[in-house]
Write a protein that binds this ligand. Structure first.
Ligand code: MN
Length: 443
């Protein structure tokens, strides 16, 4: 977009890679360069960069003797077994590393070309690990349509509470149970109570749901007692991915009185393996739409002109489901939801400024969730709670199966990508997870 100072030669749509599969790749062309942590049999976790259907092994590159000086130091930082040290880099160093990788993978005279066997591995031949060790995880509630849809179930005439336009609402989530895409979890067991009842029941949750969210990887680096002001907040955002904030609605409904989510959310969360850098997303930054009547403007500590102009990230998001029956019949996953990452009332920078305004420190590798992203219309629902009106109106899948909430064996697949006129499309990857049967229990 014209006037966006963050766009440089690495975003040039004409730029091609000598890794053939990258050219025209729907997710990982040379304009993306997302980072991940991967492992192979006999080789421990290390940093990698996706390029087409290949991964550049940064550990192998760091020890190849092909790099030196400051370039080697930056490659080594991203080659470590977690990306926490990468997250701790300054924004200027992150831009430097992106330029180095872009040159190495596009320049026809690149020294890597004669070492492809030792430096690259096929994307489908590796297993992924968590991109970073998450110290703290906070989940926001910035999806305005989700907030309205969910609020309407309890307050039909007044779905948004008065603080919604003022406070970037969030809860502190659980970091230990965040896992990388491709795994599963047992259906949580706990206390639930029928709507309006004061007598709880103990057993497996009957209302396991997904929440479609953007994952925001944080660089942080502020000390306790030192807020990050809004005009510096975007430097604390390192990259994005996809997040499924799995939720047990019945456990959540009974326990969230009067405090926030606890066991209804903490049993498991899934993130996509790639940290798509904030630099790669520069062409997909958009302005925050003006608020309407009855929608008060944010306070001064949350207001920055540049952030209002380019602080929103335009990503296409979708959710697919694959049931056990569908897989047995060889049927493809079915799209349940298509939503836009633009449909948030707070920018990631505003989340950072708000999170730290009290002096709370963020650390490199911390994770934010945006909150469930829903877009207008019946196909835009970011959770089953909204799709089925709280479970009252089951949805029917093409094979005739019905769902009010998720059943055992259901796999939920989240995908995301960014595209814009005049730029190469880039992908966020995938966040997959499967609901398993509950563990044995007795009540
Ligand atoms: Mn959530």
């Amino acid at each position: 977009m014209p006037g966006n100072p963050l766009i440089d030669s690495t975003h040039d749509p004409e730029l091609r890679s000598w890794v053939d599969s990258a050219n025209g790749h729907p997710e990982f062309p040379v304009q993306n360069l997302p980072l991940c942590i991967f492992a192979q049999e006999g080789a421990g976790p290390r940093g990698g960069v996706a390029i087409g259907d290949q991964l550049l092994d940064l550990r192998a590159l760091a020890s190849s003797g092909l790099m030196s000086g400051n370039e080697l130091a930056l490659i080594e930082t991203a080659a470590a077994p977690t990306l926490n040290s990468y997250c701790a880099l300054t924004a200027a160093d992150r831009v430097r590393l992106r330029k180095i990788l872009s040159n190495l993978l596009s320049d026809l005279k690149s020294p890597l070309r004669s070492h492809t066997d030792s430096l690259f591995v096929a994307l489908d031949a590796v297993s992924f690990e968590m991109p970073a060790t998450v110290g703290d995880y906070s989940d926001f509630f910035a999806g305005i349509h989700h907030a309205r849809n969910a609020g309407r179930m309890f307050r039909p005439d007044n779905p948004l509470l008065p603080n919604y336009w003022h406070v970037p609402i969030a809860y502190h989530g659980r970091a230990s149970s965040i896992d990388v895409s491709g795994k599963g979890f047992p259906r949580p067991v706990g206390q639930t109570a029928a709507h309006g009842s004061t007598t709880p029941h103990f057993g497996p949750s009957k209302r396991v749901d997904f929440e479609l969210e953007l994952a925001i990887w944080i660089g942080g680096g502020n000390r306790t007692g030192e807020p990050i002001p809004i005009d510096k907040a975007s430097d604390a955002i390192v990259g994005f991915g996809l997040l499924n904030d799995w939720s047990a609605r019945d456990i959540q409904a009974w326990e969230t009185q009067p405090l926030g989510p606890f066991l209804g959310k903490s049993f498991y969360s899934t993130v996509s393996p790639f940290l798509v850098t904030v630099e790669a997303l520069a062409p997909f930054r958009r302005g925050m739409p003006s608020r309407g009547e009855g929608e008060p403007a944010p306070m001064a500590y949350l207001w920055d002109e540049l952030d209002q102009q380019i602080g929103v990230f335009d990503c296409h998001l979708e959710v697919l489901i694959s049931t056990e029956k569908m897989r047995a019949a060889g049927a493809e996953p079915v799209v349940l939801t298509e939503a836009s990452g633009k449909d948030l009332v707070w920018t990631p920078a505003q989340m950072v400024a708000h999170h730290t305004v009290t002096g709370c420190n963020l650390r490199p590798g911390d994770l934010f969730g945006t909150g469930t992203v829903s877009s207008p219309g019946p196909k835009g629902h970011g959770s089953m709670l909204e799709m089925t009106e709280g479970g009252r109106v089951p949805l029917t899948l093409p094979n005739g199966e019905q769902r009010s909430f998720l059943e055992d064996g259901d796999e939920v697949i989240m995908r995301g990508w960014c595209e814009a006129e005049g730029y190469a499309r880039i992908g966020l990857g995938e966040a997959r997870g499967t609901v398993g049967p509950s563990l044995p229990y007795s009540d």
